[in-house]
Design a protein around this ligand. Structure first.
Ligand SMILES: [Fe+2]
Length: 276
């Protein structure tokens, strides 16, 4: 497996507190079969976190330490550098001034927005990135409220080349959260391109991929699981064009509850007439 969304660099953003915690996370990933990790510390995020986010020198030093450790301990595992770039409403009108870091120096950039962003605003940001020559990957697409009633927006984004990433943890969450409902709906319609862990630590956001891999395998087959956890991330890291899913289904419009009510009344009326 390849995990392309991973807050692994210690003491940077809201990822692990210590190097020991980061190394334990790497072990978990390795034991689950992950052989490539892209470390994606937050970039341009409005939260202050630990205050080191923008300090590239410190971040690169920590990244190199981790890479050396991985090369020594797990010779068949690779660590690459990317970022999760946050775009605020203000950034959308001056995108060329936003600090970017692509995924292992490819054209692909992992991008996030605030969760309640209107679709039109998100669309503007993603189109702006494409106009600047980037290939956006929408991070944890299932967290955005705008996809609750308008899943069709995802189709439009994908037609323009935006990749859709869902988080493994939200797919298999034991709680019935809107994120889980949306993630499963996206999977059902073949609208997901990549599944990654969005791992942050060992407690609240573990880098757990196995349960989601098993879920996708059981529900959609081994080939689909391989496509989402391995094939597509590999194509992306090779800076090639990721092909769209074959079984992509256009989401149906949400059924208007008013019409269900009217249909029930009519059916009851007919039934009453027939039985009287
Ligand atoms: Fe993230």
């Amino acid at each position: 497996m390849i995990d392309i969304h991973y807050h692994l660099i210690p003491n940077m953003d809201d990822g692990p507190d210590t190097i020991e915690c980061a190394l334990e996370m790497v072990k978990i990933s390795y034991d689950q079969g992950v052989r490539t990790i892209v470390a994606t510390p937050h970039l341009n995020h409005p939260a202050e976190f630990r205050g080191h986010m923008a300090n590239d020198k410190d971040m690169l030093q920590e990244f190199e330490k981790l890479r050396t450790y991985i090369q020594t301990t797990y010779p068949d595992m690779e660590l690459y550098l990317g970022a999760e770039v946050y775009l605020s409403k203000q950034d959308l009108s001056q995108l060329e001034q936003v600090e970017m870091r692509t995924m292992n120096k490819t054209r692909y950039v992992l991008v996030e927005f605030r969760r309640d962003i209107p679709f039109e605003e998100m669309d503007k940001g993603l189109q702006g990135l494409i106009a600047l020559g980037y290939q956006p990957i929408l991070a944890h697409a299932e967290v955005y409220n705008c996809f609750t009633s308008d899943m069709e927006g995802l189709l439009n984004l994908r037609e323009q080349g935006v990749l859709i990433q869902c988080s493994a943890g939200n797919i298999i969450d034991i709680r019935q959260k809107p994120e889980k409902t949306r993630a499963k709906e996206m999977l059902r319609h073949g609208l997901v391109d990549i599944i990654a862990s969005n791992g942050h630590n060992l407690i609240t956001n573990k880098p757990d991929m196995t349960k989601a891999y098993t879920y996708v395998t059981k529900k959609y087959g081994a080939e689909e699981a391989k496509r989402l956890f391995e094939v597509n991330p590999k194509i992306m890291l090779a800076d090639q064009v990721v092909p769209q899913a074959i079984r992509q289904i256009k989401p149906s419009q949400p059924i208007n509850k008013k019409w269900i009510y009217v249909a029930t009344i009519i059916a009851l009326a007919i039934l009453t007439r027939c039985t009287s």
